[in-house]
Design a protein. Structure first.
Length: 184
């Protein structure tokens, strides 16, 4: 599925075209991915959170890289993602991942009908934070539930709800094809 050589070549091309890191988020990730993880490391993480990661994402981690260059501010590595989720979930992240993601369609109740717990973690259970969009909005990878493997955009901070994007492979490759569409 993943062509690591192609991805790393493309990132090198982007780095060459953007040496001053003007593409949105490049000052943080410098157009580089973190080191690949071993299968053992990924399995240990899966045991830690209580679910198997979607195959495409798991393959990305072991074949391409763990965190770094990606949409907006870039991808979190697994441990950063876990820490970010742990800060957001007062009861702790362990049951958070094993509870299925509650959506199969975009979710954004009108402002006057928003539940009191609109910002609560229960609306994003079964997902792992993937990348920061900025201003409190995040892209999340569904790791448990009917839409496991898909990336969803959590923009509840701007009262824009939770919206479906695409599967992880398409989401990442789309960014790789057009990383300059977001500039400061």
């Amino acid at each position: 599925m993943w062509n690591a050589d192609l991805i790393h070549r493309r990132l090198a091309e982007i780095q060459q075209q953007d040496p001053e890191h003007k593409i949105f988020g490049a000052k943080r990730h410098h157009h580089c991915l973190g080191p690949r993880l071993s299968t053992r490391d990924v399995t240990a993480f899966e045991r830690k959170i209580g679910v198997d990661l979607p195959k495409s994402f798991r393959a990305f981690l072991t074949e391409v890289g763990n965190g770094g260059a990606g949409p907006f501010y870039g991808l979190y590595n697994l441990e950063e993602a876990f820490r970010m989720d742990a800060m957001e979930i007062p009861e702790g992240p362990l049951h958070f991942y094993t509870t299925p993601f509650p959506h199969t369609a975009n979710w954004n109740p009108p402002l006057e009908a928003q539940p009191e717990d609109y910002e609560d973690g229960r609306w994003i259970t079964g997902s792992l934070v993937l990348a920061e969009f900025g201003c409190g909005a995040f892209h999340r990878l569904v790791v448990n539930g009917k839409v496991a493997g898909e990336v969803w955009f959590d923009d509840r901070c701007a009262d824009e709800g939770i919206t479906q994007e695409r599967d992880f492979f398409e989401w990442y490759m789309s960014w790789l094809d057009q990383p300059h569409r977001h500039r400061f």
